[in-house]
Design a protein around this ligand. Sequence first.
Ligand SMILES: O=C(O)CCC(=O)C(=O)O
Ligand SMILES: [Fe+2]
Length: 363
Amino acid sequence: MASNFSSVPILDWSLATNPESKPDFILQLRHALINVGFLYLSNPPVARSDIDAVVDYAPKLFDLPQDAKESIRMANSQHFFGYSRLGAELTKGKTDQREQFDFATPYDNEWKPGDPEYLKLWGQPQWPSEELVPGFKKTFLRYLEQVEKLSFDFIELLAEAFQIPISSLDTFFNNRRLQHRAKVVKYPVPPDNSSNQGVGPHFDGGFLTFLLQASPHRGLQVQNLSGEWIDAPPIPGTFVVNIGKALETVTQGLARATSHRVLSPEPGSTPRYSIPFFQNISQTVKIGDNVLQLSPEMLELKAARGEVAAPDSVNYTEYGLLPSGEVGLIGRVKSHPDVAQRHYPDLFKQFFPDGLPTQGFAY
Ligand SMILES: O=C(O)CCC(=O)C(=O)O
Ligand SMILES: [Fe+2]
């Protein structure tokens, strides 16, 4: 472990936008991608007023009457969008103590009979009614549009950091006709003696995640190279950026997908809120067939990382073999078996041959 880390580095986006300071940003980025797999991005190109507005909306969504939330519950949606009540989700087979709404950038579903089932996954999200949360949909979509643009700009910088032509990433982006998922999440204070697994150890799936920590609570932790859990507390005005398994695989492991988790707020505290955005890639692309060529110098930087301890998170072994959309669908089925049972009965039987687990499903 030549380069173990004890904190998550902070990169300043304004360095990337000035030609004089950009080389410095690229060096810092290369280090963070290879040796940490997590970073804070300060001064991001997303309007502060929109960030503040979505942070303000977060508790309001959860304060809606339970029947209003359940009217857009995830089980309604073959796209796995909508509301999941507390305890509805599993990570590593254990119930997560969080409540959430899954939304996404706009996309009209294109599945037709004969198409692979995973093409059902993208489509329009379910939104809470305008009367109940006036302005939310419009504001959130405006926010997502900016984060999506940032995600593509960030990939260009990553290509520069790894000295690969940006065109070598075109196959993943389907001319940018993609759907990205984003969630609004609440981690309540758990009752006495119950689990404090906000979300269990996991890797994200796609390319890049842009996480807005929407309240001042600690709780997010990342696993360093020796397997210790390191805090990634909220830093106002920043996004936390991390790498998903697809991007790790495509870059031959040069960009590190880092295992992370969230611990519930301490007893006597208040709920924690967060808003992650997951950059997606084309559903039909097979990661294993599109692994990027990297220079020997870059691969040496990876080797210099040294031995890495086995993380606590489960691995996405399917990535090499299957279309990315299918990997995504399997992940959703495992996390939300109740939704799968309703909309993907064959896959449900494959992954849950004994029926719904006794805990961790919503409806
Ligand atoms: O809520 C957070 O801070 C992180 C959430 C997360 O890692 C996820 O939903 O993938
Ligand atoms: Fe995550």
